[in-house]
Design a protein around this ligand. Structure first.
Ligand code: MV4
Length: 495
């Protein structure tokens, strides 16, 4: 087993990964950019090394520098977290060439699954259902039209090098197809340097349901149930849950076995996620395979009782997965709310600043994977994710109720957050009934973002605190020793 591992990430995921490493008795090394000199992950690690630079490109994406720090610090392995270099095949390759274990899949799997057309071809050959489509290297407008007229409009044009909705275009009628194809090609070329596009039958009102996979180096591949990630805003997941209210047990088994088939076809190792589009008739289609640990992995940890980072580290260290498929038992229900430094009143623009006050939720069935602390700075340089709040209960209703209770406890002053938005989604009858799909947020955006009453009352509290702290009655030194802050504040009734 490794004695020292470098976590090449920042924020909540870096802290989360280091927590498991510490529990495994593994020393933790991390790297930090200039603005992250006193970030939580930097303070948390046993050893922290400066990367210099401010932007991601000048720091957390400097693969060669990270590997040099790993080697000089004696770290035998690197955990990439998610984002940054976690799905960079060249970086995974560079780790291997430098004798540092990359805690993740082989570079070949990252490369192949990173190309949408290649991954579709591999899945089709493996008998994994993909959305009915048409793809040829030099597809002509005539080819595309032929497919669309046979399959029926609307269709979706997608960029092979795209992902997360980038370079996608829905086409409703034949006369729009040519223009859309040309536009999609030029956008793909300028955005991804690869103008290859393909066409798919449009799936109406799909749900996004993904299967967690674990694969060791000895051919054992497990599925760990599904996560429903249909609450998204502009292709950004906001609320996730496990299990999905839309998936009955027999469908779970079928999807899980299909995901295992997909992982084997991709030559997968370590933790990965197979994403599916699911239509209203419960047909599921391969969308893409994410070759990293996902942001939303805690909901799977809650219902399986597993620590997925520990599983990743053990697999990377060459151990066998101890579990067999029949040992995987799913129990209860978990919901995740991504807490972002964003202003819902201002079109969810990022809300940088200093965290003046922070009270995070706790208590039964609550976990807050956080990368922040009171007094810390939230900058515009990095993703505005502050923390992931997860709530677990014996069933979906109790998990949702617990999450609402936890969100009420979540106090952040000094920056705006999307906490109120979460309240509105969780209390929406369509979500409460589990009837929502990926169009939910776009269809209900107005009612989900109407006046942030809670934010306003919070601002009043923050102003009161500020006033009090700057105008509190003077206590002479003699009294100070006798009067604790707690007693002092209590008298004012503030707390
Ligand atoms: C689709 C689709 C409907 N039909 N493909 C969005 C991101 C990328 N992962 C694929 N996406 C979609 N592909 C066909 N043939 C609808 C979407 C889609 C979507 C999918 C999952 C989660 C959220 C979404 C939001 C808008 C559109």
């Amino acid at each position: 087993m490794f004695k020292k591992v470098l976590v090449a990430n920042r924020g909540e995921i870096a802290v989360r990964v280091m927590r498991t490493l510490k529990e495994m008795g593994i020393r933790t090394v991390t790297v930090f950019s200039d603005p992250d000199r006193i970030a939580l992950h930097t303070l948390f690690a046993d050893e922290a090394y400066p990367l210099g630079g401010t932007t991601s490109a000048d720091s957390y994406l400097k693969g060669d520098k990270i590997i040099e720090i790993a080697r000089n610090s004696g770290a035998e392995a690197i955990h990439p977290g998610y984002g940054f270099l976690s799905e960079n095949a060249d970086f995974a390759e560079l780790c291997r060439e430098n004798g540092v274990v990359f805690i993740g899949p082989p570079a070949s799997a990252i490369r192949q699954m990173g190309d949408k057309v290649t991954s579709r071809e591999i899945m089709t050959a493996a008998g994994v259902p993909v959305v009915p489509g048409f793809d040829k290297p030099d597809m002509t407008e005539k080819d595309a039209l032929g497919f669309a007229e046979k399959a029926g409009f609307p269709v979706m044009i997608k960029a092979s090098a795209g992902g997360g909705g980038k370079g996608m275009r829905k086409v409703d009628k034949a006369e729009d197809l040519g223009k859309a194809l040309r536009a999609a090609r030029s956008e793909a070329l300028s955005s991804f340097g690869d103008g290859h596009v393909y066409v798919e039958k449009f799936v109406e009102h799909p749900r996004h349901i993904e299967i967690q996979i674990l694969a060791d180096n000895y051919g054992n591949v497990l599925y760990l149930g599904e996560r429903d990630c249909s609450i998204q805003r502009r292709h950004q997941k906001v609320i996730e849950e496990a299990p999905s209210p839309f998936v009955p047990p027999e469908m779970r088994k079928k999807m899980g076995e299909t995901a295992v088939q997909a992982a084997r076809a991709a030559g997968y190792r370590n933790a990965g996620t197979v994403e599916f589009l699911v239509d209203k008739n419960h047909n599921f289609y391969f969308l893409e395979m994410n070759t990293r640990l996902q942001v939303e992995h805690p909901v799977t940890e809650w219902i399986t009782g597993l620590d997925l980072v520990a599983e990743q580290v053990r697999i990377a260290a060459g151990e066998l997965i101890s579990l067999k498929q029949q040992d995987v038992k799913l129990q209860g229900h978990a919901v995740e709310c991504r807490i972002y430094a964003e202003d819902p009143d201002n079109n969810f623009m990022p809300s940088p600043g200093t965290i003046q006050l922070l009270r995070t939720p706790a208590g039964p069935g609550i976990r807050d994977d956080s990368g922040i602390y009171e007094g810390g700075e939230i900058s515009l340089y990095y993703d505005p994710l502050l923390s992931k709040l997860t709530a677990y209960g014996p069933d979906r209703d109790s998990a949702i109720r617990r999450m609402c209770r936890a969100l009420d406890e979540y106090i952040v002053a000094g920056i705006k957050t999307n906490i109120e938005f979460h309240h509105k989604v969780l209390n929406h009858p369509e979500f409460a009934a589990g009837d929502h799909d990926t169009t939910f947020v776009s269809r209900h955006l107005d009612e989900l973002t109407v006046g942030n009453s809670r934010e306003k009352s919070l601002a009043v509290v923050a102003a009161a605190i500020h006033y009090y702290l700057n105008n509190k009655p003077v206590i002479n030194s003699g009294q100070a020793q006798k009067c604790s802050q707690w007693k002092h504040f209590q008298r004012s009734g503030w707390l």
